[in-house]
Design a protein around this ligand. Sequence first.
Ligand code: DX5
Ligand code: ZN
Length: 224
Amino acid sequence: MRNKDMRMKNIIVAPSILSADFANLERDIKKIEHAGADWVHVDVMDGRFVPNITIGAPVVKSIRKTTKMPFDVHLMIIEPIKYVEDFAKAGSDFITIHAEACEDNLDETIDLIKNFGIKAGVSVKPNTPVEVIKKVLHKIDLVLIMTVEPGFGGQSFIRECLPKISEVRELLEKENLNHIYIEIDGGINAETAKLATSAGANALVAGNYIYSAEDIPKAIEALR
Ligand code: DX5
Ligand code: ZN
């Protein structure tokens, strides 16, 4: 029954602009907005937490003017607590940090995000058990389960991560915390989206699948 319920509920689609043309960010953000996307997923990488460097708060601030869609900012950086203020002031609606990057200050980093009146998310890499987020569940808005090793777009979905989605969904049901989004990121296409939403995910990040589609509205619909 649960699978059917989840498929019927609204599924958030958050295209990742990592796969957009960085010389045409405004055009590519408007493209997904007109195609029916819900959130803009912004991948921030520092070359330390992950082996790749992308964009920082000044770019988020600039593209903030191009759309009213919520900005779902995924910080793949070490010591995210140092940069929460910058990304908050740049216009983020969600700031998601990695549990692995906050071993000593997960609580404080979440509190800081919430103090800016922003929704807080916590992410886990494929090999990190969801256990680490249990103690902060009561104060977050989103759990981001990575289904690829963070760092690059266009990788293949790691199916072994599916049980973690079900585990979090069961936990949220048990604790009566179903308002928390379960977001999945990495290797999402129409087929893997189905697996993820059946396991209990309700927010899907997709970069390559959406931006390489001939018909973006159709691709977004296919994910839902
Ligand atoms: C990976 C990023 C993802 C990535 C998704 O480190 O967090 O958001 O852009 O890209 P696809 O959908 O192409 O796997
Ligand atoms: Zn991401």
